[in-house]
Design a protein around this ligand. Structure first.
Ligand SMILES: [Fe+2]
Length: 243
């Protein structure tokens, strides 16, 4: 498989709205790195509700539109930017989604969602179920960070059975001698995960790597699994179909 045409579904690329990029210059530098890493489509998923943002919907939209234009000029082919949010789940999240105060992934039924890392499995399950009951499909961001899911393969399988999307951060698979990284690689090798994404924040902090993650994984992962993570499932998301 060639290293291009990846879709990065999780990024903090919009400048000055959260703890991600702090300027248009930095966003462009990150987009150039992403392009060299094979990314051609990126979802801009600024924080919502995490306390890490200064949330102003109009400002976010204005900066997104400007960056979207600029991203088309990156590399030979440009990068297509789509809008979403990374929503920190709280009571009231569903209502805010219904009022369109929170952006779903490219306007689809999919919502990128995160929780407190110490959440219990039961509360996590119940909250995800609330989103599903309201007609949304949650994509659980960086599932490797939740203590209740760490090395809990059967719990992760149960979440998969709900029909939600499961996402791992690229940098989490890359450390050579880390038990977290080997747990993440095992999940991917065994087909548990739907999306690998950069969750890029800054040029010098979690940059937008995709090809590097692919290179680490390709030695032991069936190529069709990797293709699913980085192209096929993002395409299903794009078309608003079901995983
Ligand atoms: Fe994030």
């Amino acid at each position: 498989m060639e290293y291009e045409g990846y879709v990065d579904i999780h990024s903090h690329i919009i400048p000055g709205v959260d703890d991600g990029s702090q300027s248009f210059e930095e966003s462009m530098e990150m987009l150039n790195i992403a392009y060299d890493q094979g990314v051609r489509v990126m979802y801009a998923t600024s924080h919502f509700g995490s306390g890490k943002e200064k949330y102003d919907k109009e400002l976010l939209l204005e900066r997104f539109e400007k960056l979207k234009e600029m991203a088309l000029g990156v590399g030979d082919d440009g990068i297509e930017l789509l809008l979403g949010n990374e929503v920190y789940y709280r009571p009231g999240t569903v209502e805010l989604l219904d009022k369109k105060e929170i952006f779903t992934m490219g306007g689809s039924r999919y919502v990128l969602v995160e929780f407190a890392y110490g959440i219990s499995y039961n509360e996590l399950y119940r909250s995800l179920q609330k989103l599903i009951n309201a007609g949304y499909v949650p994509i659980l961001a960086h599932i490797e960070r939740y203590y209740c899911l760490y090395r809990k393969f059967s719990e992760i399988a149960s979440l998969r059975e709900m029909g939600i999307g499961l996402q791992i951060n690229t940098d989490s698979v890359m450390a050579k001698f880390s038990s977290e990284a080997s747990f993440c690689r095992k999940l991917i090798r065994n087909g548990y995960i739907h999306f690998l994404a950069s969750d890029c924040h800054r040029v010098g902090w979690r940059p937008p790597v995709m090809k590097d993650g692919y290179s680490v994984l390709e030695k032991k992962t069936p190529p069709e699994y990797l293709d699913r993570l980085m192209r096929v499932n993002p395409d299903i998301l794009r078309k608003n179909q079901f995983l």
